[in-house]
Design a protein around this ligand. Structure first.
Ligand SMILES: [Zn+2]
Length: 431
């Protein structure tokens, strides 16, 4: 018999209590008077991260789950099904940004925990095993690689490189050493071949304003947008600000300003995004034209082809900017690619299950097909196994901020859709 959505109902009160109780480990940045009105600072592999991991392992063991910890410290809590096989997983992350909120990642794991509690209470035995996964260092805030452990699992990052990554605030401390210190360097190979999943479902707050601004309650995520990161270096000629006429200058700061404006305009024309988030210039003197300016460029689009067009057009514009016909001295522009991530398309079996589950809980006008603007562990798993995501709105689209907030009702709705989608997928599995 296929599972019917809403055959089981999650316990909304228990879910919301668990979210806030477990946020005591890492609560920071108070913004209101109520006990729950703080943000979070629960950096990956910190003492607070260890405490919430210990809680998670204990809780899932109590529900009869087998616990597997892989070499990257990702925790797989697996509940047996009628048949053996790779589990249908529900996963996200318990680590946060340094000035994070109570929902990003946390909601995904705690909703999966609530789903398993509900399944356990009902005595339901799934067709195949079902699992909750806590992925290590999704945020990449402390160890600067987002989707850190899920990328090792998917084979996009080597274990050696993953271990060698150092704490941004303390370069003497590596991720490998911290895994050892908190006792979460497991023995299960951090690899999808050794530790496979049949599917991965994830509930997440949208982290943007689309659902809220349309008065909609559930996003059926179709995939993630493509993005590419560059370091741009513009070389000019340092010279005196008072004695160098404009046409004698090779001013990399002026070129950088034109570059950034052009990037924005081009990205806008293609319905993409462009951002400069890091910026340095040398020598940094009030009366000297700089000799070198370096900055990052982050470009994004839902289609790989359009992202390539954006890059092409910005490169063409930068050639013109550097050539500056009005000056006798020219700048040169060097591009370095830092990161290249193609667009992610989620599996129709998973998006279909999420959509069916969503429409069983709310009217279809309140359900929206949506593309994720941010990276998630699901983007890594989608390269290996069928993957689907559920979004719920968050207040003002705010995330990576202590004031991040989703209503208890929306959290419960998201958890219900997550559980229903995973159970639907499980009941339709043939292997
Ligand atoms: Zn997240």
């Amino acid at each position: 018999m296929p599972y019917e959505p809403r055959q089981l109902t999650i316990n909304a009160k228990r879910l919301n209590e668990t979210i806030h109780e477990t946020c005591e480990w890492g609560a920071a940045h108070r913004w209101g008077d109520a006990p729950t009105e703080t943000g979070m600072c629960r950096l990956a592999l910190s003492d607070d991260d260890k405490l919430v991991r210990d809680w998670f392992v204990k809780e899932m063991t109590n529900l009869g789950c087998e616990i597997k910890i892989d070499q990257m410290g990702s925790i797989f809590a697996i509940r047996k099904g009628k048949k053996d096989g790779p589990p249908t997983a529900m996963g996200s992350h318990l680590d946060t940004q340094p000035t994070g909120g109570r929902y990003d990642g946390i909601l995904g794991v705690q909703s999966a925990v609530e789903a398993l509690r509900t399944i356990h209470d009902a005595g339901l035995v799934t067709e195949y095993p079902i699992a909750v996964v806590n992925w290590t260092n999704e945020e990449g805030a402390r160890f600067p690689k987002s989707l850190h452990a899920s990328s090792v699992w998917s084979g996009e990052l080597s274990l050696q490189d993953a271990y060698a990554l150092c704490d941004v605030a303390n370069p003497g401390v590596s991720a490998g050493a911290e895994l050892d210190r908190i006792g979460y360097k497991g023995t299960v190979l951090a690899c999808h071949k050794a530790n496979p999943l049949a599917a991965h479902f994830e509930l997440h707050i949208e982290q943007g304003p689309v659902l809220e601004s349309h008065g909609q309650r559930v996003g059926v995520v179709q995939g993630g947008q493509a993005y590419k990161w560059f370091n741009i270096r513009i070389n000019g000629r340092d010279s005196h600000a008072g004695t160098t006429p404009f046409d004698y200058r090779a001013d990399p700061m002026l070129a950088a300003s034109q570059f950034i404006l052009a990037a924005h305009q081009i990205a806008k024309e293609h319905h993409g995004l462009a951002t400069t988030g890091i910026f340095h210039l040398q020598p940094g003197s009030i009366n000297t034209i700089p000799n070198v300016v370096e900055f990052t460029l982050d470009i994004r689009h839902v289609e790989d082809e359009q992202l390539a067009r954006i890059e092409e057009d910005i490169r063409a514009a930068s050639v013109k900017i550097a050539a500056n016909d009005n000056a006798r001295f020219k700048c040169t522009i060097d591009w370095e690619v830092l990161f290249d991530n193609s667009a992610t398309k989620f599996h129709p079996l998973c998006t279909g299950a999420v959509e069916k589950a969503a429409c069983a809980s709310v009217p279809s006008e309140q359900v929206r097909k949506i593309v994720s603007g941010a990276g998630h562990d699901s983007c890594a798993t989608s390269r290996i196994c069928p993957t689907g995501m559920v979004f719920i709105p968050c207040r003002e689209g705010l995330s990576h901020n202590p004031r991040e907030f989703s209503t208890p009702e929306d959290c419960a709705l998201g958890a219900q859709v997550l559980m229903d989608a995973a159970l639907l997928f499980d009941s339709q599995r043939t292997a």
